[in-house]
Design a protein around this ligand. Structure first.
Ligand code: ADP
Ligand code: MG
Length: 580
């Protein structure tokens, strides 16, 4: 299989390519960021593999990313001495759309170019972004541990060729034959600006090599002159002091590690030095990453793990609990062994300590973020339902997580979840001692609930819970700051102490007797149970446990209620669906 072969891209690749070139044109310099980001990842991977496989160490030079400008040939070359790719890996990584999110992404394309451009911007473009500025891309790569190299070449128009090649060093070299109007990328200053802007955080040196005009020497022999200089600081960003890191650097670093394209909302950057030494640089994104937004909640969780500045693994999930799985970033430990495995991380005292600090710091950062209503609303829309899981998962921090939750209520404007439990408590009516909530499939449906009538009449605010996770949430959050959470649809109501109702209330009667729901009737003042209650009871038969008079209604003639101990309606449906 060493001969030259021509292969067609997967149909989706061609489609992405065309759209991307169009969509990204106004922001075309991002191709450099993408290629440098890949080069950096490749060097990380080689360092990591060489830890376990001594034979690879011979291949490992001083890590460096080189950008070479050749004005005469009109090429821009990005090279690294990282892990490289085998022939198979080239086909798999570069001829196909690997990520499962991509297909779904393509299905969402509307044909409306403006909307699609936006989508692509959020999605990111990776290697293919080279075609924004290049009419032809030639990639030559040699996998660490392999002797033979492979050359991949394409015009980005449906097919590519693969052939065996020679390459002295391991790593990857990507030659961009620039399109006619892209001469700006032959200007060293332009390259320098772009690298400073997007790639200053890269831990390895990025060198700019400029091939100067051929100087003909005395003998008339052509001689290339080269000018080489380093464009970045080349130290791991998280090791620098935060005072020396600009907001832009943080943002671009976040985009690099998270493979994301949004602005992070907040971050934690902290170094702990004591019994253990470690650094955390963690970000809270402002948008759900693409695959998360597509309903695949779980794939991209976790942070990058470094040990003493050496990359060890992606998506290390043990450093944060599941309910903070939207957090992205790096953790760097001085105490873990370089050969640490996923299994070893599972039950490890160093990890536990780092995780403790990470959770504490992230929750504090969210707390701080909540002072900015607009930013917090962005956070809450993207990740609120995930954070809610913390109340269920993290018994130790239940109250702290609960204080970060936001809800819609009968008094908030519309379905937007902006109200904290603390605010609710502040607004409670004098004499009110519980936090009331109603669960429903939608805000509108909840507001129509007859259960709310008495609350409306008494001016008592009710939280409106409509997320799938809410039934579990309220099962685990029995109280907040000493106030019980109570469903409007369950059990006996006790709004009497509020004492403001004009209605004469009758007493509810009856004890729990069975499993069925109850039906209630409202009635004007009555001392004893009305005889017709029995008749209604007979009529409804098995369908209800009991018919009783209610004080919860003001307009509707009757409604169904549950006993305090019964599972909620939505929960019941969910369990039914699950076959329980
Ligand atoms: P991503 O970086 O998000 O995976 P890209 O399109 O940027 O997506 O790259 C696709 C894949 O191609 C990478 O995951 C990697 O496996 C491979 N790749 C790209 N550039 C390089 C490189 N310089 N060295 C080694 N592998 C690379
Ligand atoms: Mg990439």
């Amino acid at each position: 299989a060493q001969e030259k072969e021509t292969r067609v891209f997967e149909a989706e690749v061609s489609q992405v390519l065309r759209l991307m070139i169009h969509a990204m044109y106004s922001n075309k310099e991002v191709f450099l960021r993408e290629l440098v980001s890949n080069a950096s990842d490749a060097i990380d991977k080689l360092r990591f593999e060489a830890l376990a496989d001594a034979s690879l160490r011979a291949d490992q030079g001083e890590p460096v990313i080189t950008i070479t400008i050749d004005k005469e040939a009109r090429t821009l070359t990005i090279a690294d001495n990282g892990i490289g790719m085998s022939r198979d890996e080239v086909t798999r990584s570069i001829g196909t759309i690997a990520s499962s999110g991509t297909r779904e992404f393509l299905e969402r394309l509307s044909g409306d170019q403006k909307a699609d451009a936006n989508l692509i911007g959020q999605f990111g473009v990776g290697f293919y972004s080279a075609f924004i500025v290049a009419e032809r891309v030639v990639l030559t790569t040699r996998r660490a541990g392999h002797q033979e190299a492979v050359r991949w070449e394409s015009r980005g128009e449906g097919d590519y060729t693969l052939e065996a090649a020679e390459k002295a060093e391991v790593g990857t070299e990507i030659v961009l034959h620039l399109r006619e109007d892209e001469d700006e990328f032959l200007e060293p200053l332009r390259i320098e600006t772009v690298i400073r802007r997007y790639s200053d955080h890269i831990s390895f040196p990025i060198m700019l090599v400029e091939t100067l005009e051929d100087g003909a020497d005395h003998d008339g022999a052509e001689k290339d002159l080269e000018d080489t200089r380093q464009l970045n600081q080349a130290s791991a960003l998280w090791t620098r002091s935060s005072a020396e890191i600009s907001e832009e650097d943080y943002t671009e670093f976040y985009r690099h590690v998270a493979r994301a394209f949004d602005e992070p909302l907040t971050r934690v950057h902290t170094t702990v030095e004591g019994r253990l030494k470690f650094t955390l640089l963690l970000f809270v994104p402002s948008a759900r990453p693409f695959d998360l937004a597509m309903g695949g909640q779980e794939r991209s969780g976790g942070v990058k793990l470094y040990v003493k500045r050496v990359f060890i693994m992606d998506e290390a999930e043990v450093f944060l609990p599941r309910y903070l799985r939207f957090v992205r970033g790096v953790v760097d430990s001085d105490d873990l062994p370089l050969n640490v495995s996923r299994e070893l991380l599972q039950d490890n005292r160093v990890v536990r300590s780092m995780r403790q600090t990470a959770v504490k710091k992230v929750l504090e950062a969210l707390e701080e973020l909540s002072a900015d209503a607009e930013k917090y609303a962005t956070f809450w829309k993207a990740f609120g339902p995930i954070l809610k899981e913390g109340v269920i998962e993290d018994g130790d921090r239940r109250e702290q997580v609960a204080s970060l939750l936001r809800f819609a209520s009968t008094s908030t404007e519309g379905a937007e979840q902006t109200l904290s439990l603390a605010q609710y408590i502040e607004r409670m009516r004098p004499g009110q001692d519980a936090i009331y909530y109603v669960t429903a499939d939608s805000y509108q449906a909840a507001l129509a609930s007859p259960h709310l009538e008495i609350f409306k009449a008494r001016g008592v605010e009710v939280l409106v819970l409509t997320d799938a996770v809410d039934e579990w949430l309220v099962n685990h959050l029995s109280d907040f700051e000493g106030k019980a959470l109570r469903s409007v649809a369950r059990g006996a109501l006790d709004l009497e102490s509020l004492g403001e109702s004009s209605e004469e209330q009758t007493s509810e009667e009856g004890e729990d007797k069975g499993d069925a729901a109850e039906s209630e009737e409202s009635s004007e003042s009555q001392e004893a149970p009305a005889p017709w209650l029995g008749e209604v009871g007979e009529l409804l038969g098995e369908r209800v446990r009991e018919v009783r008079l209610s004080k919860r209604l003001t307009d509707s003639p009757s409604c169904l209620v549950r006993e305090e101990w019964e599972i909620g309606e939505r929960m019941r449906r969910i369990l039914e669906q699950a076959g329980e």
